[in-house]
Design a protein around this ligand. Sequence first.
Ligand SMILES: Nc1nc2c(ncn2[C@@H]2O[C@H](COP(=O)(O)OP(=O)(O)O)[C@@H](O)[C@H]2O)c(=O)[nH]1
Ligand SMILES: [Mg+2]
Length: 231
Amino acid sequence: MALFKASRIEGVTGRSEVSVFEEEDVEAARKLFAGPVSFLKSAPTLEFIPDPTVPEVAFAGRSNVGKSSLLNALTNRNGLARTSNTPGRTQELNFFEVGEPMRLRLVDMPGYGFAEAPKDMVKRWRFLINDYLRGRQVLARAFVLIDSRHGIKPVDNDIMDMLDAAAVSYRVVMTKADKIKATDLEAVAARTAETIRKRAAAHPDLILTSSEKGMGIPELRAAVLEAIATT
Ligand SMILES: Nc1nc2c(ncn2[C@@H]2O[C@H](COP(=O)(O)OP(=O)(O)O)[C@@H](O)[C@H]2O)c(=O)[nH]1
Ligand SMILES: [Mg+2]
């Protein structure tokens, strides 16, 4: 059984906290994302979300965590998801279609946790996300993005609470791994893995990524494909 180990690291405790994938699964995922990917629509409320005809995989994270960059790296398309330094501009669910014929939709969830967010905006965000997570039958898995430099913050715990409560399985993805030293990355990965082990709906292993360097992107693609494999 061939394992894909390009970005595997051993945690400080000596065990691996990082997911490994079989080479053939990584290759199948690479092929899928090398094919057609297109933006479908933005939905400010649930009335506007597309008919649930294919499985969905959602991406959540604090604003500025690197979500747009990661979606672009994942899909191999530079301008698919807009990157910016102005947090909290979008409060919509963005849907992207992958494959021909379409295999799945990627859902870019609105970023959270920016400092100047007005209270009613935060409230609207909570309602939208909760309704989507609780009501979406085709939602196969969520990916929760955590900045490697900061680790899990209270706002990240909020979204993971919502996912646990809605019984939506999710995986934690560390972003911007190129921004810190390898030893610090190991430490933050070990700490993060330890924290999520206590969570009901979380996958125990992490995926370490850098959109800038392409690190962990093949694994993330494989994890997306794995998420819809049983649906
Ligand atoms: N060094 C580095 N910078 C990144 C990476 N991913 C995103 N960034 C930068 O972080 C900022 C926010 O990224 P963006 O993708 O817009 O984050 P979003 O708000 O979560 O969608 C931008 O300036 C990106 O260039 C990464 O993997 N490495
Ligand atoms: Mg963004």
